[in-house]
Every structure is written in structure tokens, then in C-alpha cells.
Design a protein around this ligand. Sequence first.
Ligand code: MSP
Length: 631
Amino acid sequence: MPKSFYITTPIYYVNASPHIGHAYTTIVADVLARYHRMIGENTFFVTGTDEHGDKIAEAAQKAGITPKEYADRISDQFRNLWPELSVTNDYFIRTTDTNHIETVRNILQKVYDSGDIYFGAYEGFYCVGCERFYMEKELVDGKCPDHQTKPEHRKESNYFFRMSKYQDWLINHIKQNPDFIRPERYKNEVLAFLREPLEDLCISRPKSRLQWGITLPFDQDYVTYVWFDALINYVTALDYPDLDKFKMFWPVAEHLIAKDILKPHGIYWPTMLKAAGIEPYRHLNVHGYWNSDQSKMSKSLGNIVRPLDLKDKYGLDAFRYFLLRDMVFGLDSNFSEEAFVQRLNSDLANDLGNLVSRTITMAIKYCDGKVPEINLKEKNSALHEAALKTVAEVESGFNDMSLHKALIAIWDFINITNKYIVANEPWTLGKDPANKEKLTAIMYNLLVALRVIAILLKPFMPQTAEKILRQIGVDESNLDMASIKKGDILKAGSPLTRGESLFPRIVQEKENQTQEKKSSMIDLKPEIDYEEFAKVDLRVANILAAEPVPKSNKLLKLTVDIGEERTIVAGVGKDYTPADLIGKKIVIVANLKPVKLMGVESYGMLLATDTDKGLTVLTFDREAKTGAKIR
Ligand code: MSP
């Protein structure tokens, strides 16, 4: 019997259109669902919309339509967005669905019958934005701390859920299951809250004030408080009270939320479940907030980031990658398009994109366009060992919700593979037919590494993974972690095809603007025209010989080949020995007027930069031709 996995997102309010905050939670859920499906688990993934309550009623009124019409409109925006982001939810729930309404009424009746719902008077400060009453001491300067608005003073008779009765039980449950709420900081937040006496929860609204809700089964004059209604979606989606699906998925329920709704999920929901005779969920996974331009996203600040804008501009997988890589699960993150483009260019275009394109190009060239047949002895265990380590790190990232760590591990492997190319120099081996067997084995190992990378990336960047697999001729269905562990399983003879560049480098206005912005901050020299730059003749120089300049402690005399031999004198003697430099390909300015340094004539200047550990000279991360021009 395969294991089961149940993942939920919050059901989103239909009073505003989706932005990257909603997209983030839902994409994280999608990555988890895809991963658990990939490792063979029976997976169920639910998202949806939360449609009742004051907030929606108010928004509909403003729009001049009925709440149902309003809810239909915005709910559709969410429902239609998810496929655009390659989100593979198995079910989309709406709290206006008939089966949900029935389940809510069923649970209310059950809790009412057991005596945990009572009728009483209530007076307090109500924030419409939060849909809840505040205690006076919770207000900041008399205002709701989240919405900065003055709550209404309300006095009414209502139904209450005896939440206080379950306080001790909840504290014990959290203590006995230390990862019930994770990461730990949010568990601590809930426990801190539970140090104060828990009040009972008002779970109704009189119809005289609000009609847009689920009528209480035991009093026609009241509708259900929106949180009591909404939280129940997580069991409606499993057909509760029918137990077939429920038994399979509820014991492994993983809720995913942001910190804004910790209290309803960490306190109301487990106590409601307990009162209804249902076991608590397995884990509450809480992430931080995406801010934009260092502030909370809001219409009035005009800093709302829309997922489809980014998808259209940069591509879906780049967008998914950025969200997942940039946020440390549990902490807040700031969205900036500049940071996005930088990551896209460095991690995706440079590291991953180049690895795939150069591997495929070389493999086609050296292996006749096919996955080569190889002799077992030639297999490289270093790359395989690294792949196994990566798999373990990715698995642990998934187990404790650190998806950014899983991605870091995958990128470490990508870089190890890139270094494997540089270290083995297939282009040099390719010059001599005697190296054929070694070269073939290296190319085979590289193709296997691409397969590993594609499999590991599948949950995160499904389209990219598929493109890579297509290029290396893989069309198997058993693409999972177990098949990576088995090692070299590429089918000899499968066709290799060069695809389009996976992630073209983004050189766009934004980058130019960035430069302009930076010019005031980083002390750039005055602008020059391209023509002026083109006067500088930069060349690839191969260092043939190096020796210290007598009596100087930092100058080295280098003999370099740039298509012709010449001497240059360089001040790198403190950071490099002659032996370090011989054989390196570096960049020199070849048309500087000659100068004499400590008696030695220098016909050029090498390029280098300072680091914390001394100077580092510019070299190439791919084989460069001696004497080639640098543009
Ligand atoms: N309807 C309730 C949830 C009921 S669940 C039984 C609700 N809806 S919401 O539309 O406000 O969505 C809140 C959730 O959207 C957050 O918990 C988070 O998952 C996501 N996000 C909305 N804005 C966000 C950010 N700025 N950053 C990260 N996620 C955020 O609350």
C-alpha cells in the first residue's frame, strides 16, 4: 500500500485578485504535491476560495453586484490562474459549494449536540478586515494592528464555541508533537498565545446584520462565522463525513499557510476538530510574507506584484524558481525584479542553461548524436556519489519544508557537473582519437548528470525538466529518486537533440536602469561610448613562462602567447607563484603603449581584481582560443 500525502493551501478570499503571495503558497503546495506523486505516494492537493462573510458582502456591494456574482467572478480568477502557473491541484473547493455547506452544518450540529456551542451576549470591537472581535488590549492606539483601522463597537447575542475547554488539551498536543506547527518560531508563537486564558469563540452573525453565510442548522436567524465555515473546507474536500477518502488522507494532512492566519489554524481549527471528534491534522506549515519594495503589498501603495505579469515577461519556470529559491521557508522575503533578473541570469542562464547546452553540443559532436554505449569500468563514481548526496539533501529539504535548501543542493550538483567538464576538458580529449573511450565515458557521465538534474528539478520546474529530458532522449516513465540511486541507466542509442536555449540571458531596460541607479552609489567612472571601449584591444593570452622580476617583491615577468609571443610585467607576485600561472589563459590589454617596469619592457597588461584573499586574475570558465579577441 503506497503512502498517502494530503496538502492544502488556504482558501483565498474572493475580495481581491491573486498576487504573488497567493501564488507562492500555491506553488509551494504544487511542488510538494508533484514531489510526493513522483516518489509514488497517493497524493491529494486542494486549493480553493473562501467566499462568505462581511468582507465579501462589502466588496460586492461596492461593485454593485450580488455577493454570489462577485464571488463567482473572483473565484474564477483564482481557478483560472492555477493552470497558468502549472499548478496541479486535484480539487478546487469553494465555500459556496453545496457539499461544503452540508459539511459545515453537519459539524456545527455535532458540536452543538455535544454541548460545546452555547448562546450568549457579546460586546466588543470588531474588525471587518480580520472578520473577528478584538479584545481591547489587543488594539494598538485603539486600532486593529493589521489593518490600522478603528474597529466597530458591536453588541449582539450570538452563538459561542467553547474553545476555552480545549486549551489544556491543545497545549499538551503541541508539546507532545513538537513539529505539529513548524517552523518552531510559529509553534512558540502559538504556545505564547496559549499562556493567556483562551476565550470562547463567537461563531455566528445575526442575519439582521449579515446574510451572506451558511445558516446555522439550529437557528435560522444566524449565519456561521466565516472562519468556522472556511476551516472546515479541509475536511469537506475529503468528502467528510463520508470516510473512504477521509481515512486515507486526513491522518497525513499537511496545511500550508502564511503567518497571517496562524491563530485560526493553530488554535481555532485543532480545537474545532477535537470538539467534532476528529483527530488533529498532522502538520501546520507556516511561511513568512512576501513584501514588495520593502513594504507590505497593498493597492494604495501600488506595489502589488502580479504572477502573470512575471510569467509573461520572464517565463513560468524562472518565476517558480525565484519564488522557491529566494524565500527561506518561515521568514519574510522582499520581492524585487532586479534580484529576480540577477538570479535568472546567474543560476538559470549561466549555471543550468550553459551546462545543458554545452553538454548536449559536445555529446552530439563526440558521440554521433546518440547516448553512447560505454564500458562499465569507465563509469565515473565521483559524479554519481555527488548525485546520491544531492538526492539525500533534496529528500531532507522536502521532509522539513526547506525547499530553498533542496534547490541549493541541486545547484551545488549543477556546479560540480560544470567543474567536471572544466576538469576533464573534453575538447582537448577530442583532439586525439586515442582518447575516444575516456571521452565517451565522460560524455555519458555528463548525460546521466543531466538526467539526475532533470528529475530533481521536475517538481520545481516541470517544463524545464521536460525540455532537458527531451534533449537527452529520455522518454521513460520511471523518473524518480529511486532511479537516480540506481545510477547509470541511460539507454544507449537514444537520440540527442539540441534544444533552444533554456533561459536566455535577460539584458533589459531594468538592468540598464540598475546601472544608472548604481552609478551614483558605486563611484563609476564617467560614461564612454562603445567606440571608445572598442579602442581597447583585449586578448586571450596563454601564459607560457613566468619568473620573478629581480629585486621586485611583487612583479612577475610573463611570456604570453596571443598569436604572437610577447612579454608583459604584472604586479601579481604576492598572490601567485610562477608555477600557479604557467598554462593559465588570462585576459590582457594588448595595445597599451609599452612601459618599462624595474628595467623590464612590458607589452601589455593583465586584468585582475582584488578579493579578500588577494588578487585574482581573470580566466575563462570554458576553453578560450589563444589570441582570440574579447568583446
Ligand atoms: N480566507 C482566508 C484563509 C482561510 S483558510 C481556511 C484568508 N485568505 S487570504 O486571501 O487572505 O489568503 C491568505 C493567504 O494567502 C496567506 O496565508 C498566504 O498563504 C497567502 N498570502 C497572501 N499574501 C501573502 C504575502 N504577501 N506573502 C505570502 N503569502 C501571502 O486568509
